[in-house]
Ligand binder design. Sequence first.
Ligand code: ADP
Length: 402
Amino acid sequence: MAPDKNLILVLNSGSSSLKFAVQNTGQRTPVLSGLAERLGGEGPSITFKDEGGKRTAPLPRADHAAALDAVVAELAARGWIEALVAVGHRVVHGGERFTGSVIITPLVIADIEACNPLAPLHNPPALLGIRVAMERLSDIPHVAVLDTAFHQTMPREAYLYALPMEQYRSYGVRRYGFHGTSHRFVAHEAVGLLGLDPADHGLVTAHLGNGASATAVQDGCSVDTSMGLTPLEGLVMGTRSGDIDVGAVLHMMRTEGLDVAAIDTLLNKKSGLLGLSGLSNDCRELEAAAAKGHEGAILALDVFAHRLARYIGALAMSLRRLDAVIFTGGIGENSPLIRAKTLARLQPFGMALDADANEKVIRGRNGVITRAGDKPCAAVVATNEEWMIACDTAELARKAAG
Ligand code: ADP
């Protein structure tokens, strides 16, 4: 396949991995994608995936530069370098400095760096990826697409914690929200799918993957969300607790003598579906175990659905009107069971599951899963963050080119 001169390279740089996708701007599925893994560890490798299949190769060094060199070499071998128009970078935390995607300049890099204390695990590797990519691909624009930017429209009563204002003013302690690219994408798609008015609608979007968050979207803008200063707040996740009484945290620290690092690990790595089930953080695995009667798995799925329904109810109160609940992410798109358990708890909204539709809308399909005519309704919309990043990147690159 020979792409036209419209390729966007999308990079998502983590501490030990580099995820990439090459998007043709006219097409939603990437023409090439892949993952470099074990960067900084033993046996680093890179996997390329295209319509012909998957191929994995070892990397000569375990760093981000080696991973990006391999991506660039692959593009060159395919004769695609000339067709590359821009690079889009996923960045987790933009604090209050970014309300949308931006062309990366030295000032933008400094602003992202200033947000490092808010996301010490996520922002430094993103910056590393940006620096390496800007060196290797120096003659095309680079764009930062920030997970927090979509939520900058939240009103202050939604984003402030009830703390002394000094905490916000001096240290930026407030709710920022994450998964913004996904919430923005599925909300936009849902408006089309459900025939809603782009200027007058109310949605609660639930992004349920390993991390999970829900957002109230009013007329295309985020007005409230479940994640906070960090991605730990809100819903039950794969290994994160989500909401917990801070008093319970203090209690555990006092009675078990846990220090900050131990509490951090407990809440972020050992809790959520994993902690409740004692079995796994993986929803699919838990569903299989629950079907065989595993008590921990059944409990974990019930707590997950209960918390989600409770949040959907609460977030609906930040809207003028609730038109629809939208499910997305690995769990939202593929788990009829979680959707059914959640909708069973949303009866006060007067919507009910269409069991047949619910079973059929899986594996990337979009569709309504409540009874015909239910208002509000519930629907599934497959997310596509890479495509959204590519769209923002292409648009900014076009504008920059004049
Ligand atoms: P990430 O947040 O890492 O991008 P994903 O959006 O891919 O994660 O979601 C991963 C979650 O989706 C896992 O808990 C996985 O078990 C769940 N999942 C994927 N397919 C299914 C399925 N068929 N049934 C239930 N859960 C599923």
